[in-house]
Design a protein around this ligand. Structure first.
Ligand code: 5GP
Ligand code: ZN
Length: 117
């Protein structure tokens, strides 16, 4: 695994395989799995393998990673069955509604109603 990890972080535990997840995609930098409490028919989380708390603590060294996360979204949404678009959301800090303090991008799609996005 590349970069930092936090032994108390739930997403680091998923990255390392200590906790299970429904993994949909993986490469050297990222993993993608289904959100455990989906708010829409398609609700994925795109998670860097490195423990970065949020965009607030991300730096210029993460520029390529951030671009990779964004550009992966259309492929993932399409593979999961989204036919007419999708939404991406990144919550940052308590004021941004972030609950898991390991950077992640929600990819949300599918027929409405959605619960909360
Ligand atoms: P945040 O509010 O931090 O942007 O979103 C955290 C998301 O992680 C929530 O949508 C929540 O349902 C999801 N989540 C929290 N714990 C787990 C877990 O153990 N496994 C999975 N797959 N998703 C989780
Ligand atoms: Zn982490």
């Amino acid at each position: 695994m590349r970069g930092r990890m936090d032994p108390n972080c739930i997403f680091c535990k998923i990255v390392s395989g200590q906790l299970p997840s429904k993994k949909l995609y993986e490469d050297d930098d990222l993993i993608v799995f289904n959100d455990i409490h989906p708010k829409a028919p398609i609700h994925l989380l795109v998670v860097p393998k490195e423990h970065i708390e949020s965009l607030i603590t991300a730096g210029p060294q993460h520029q390529a990673l951030a671009g990779k996360m964004l550009l992966l979204a259309p492929r993932l949404a399409r593979e999961q069955g989204a036919t007419d678009g999708f939404r991406v959301v990144i919550n940052n800090g308590p004021g941004g509604g972030q609950e898991v303090f390991h950077l992640h991008m929600h990819v949300v799609a599918g027929p409405r109603p959605w619960k909360g996005f």
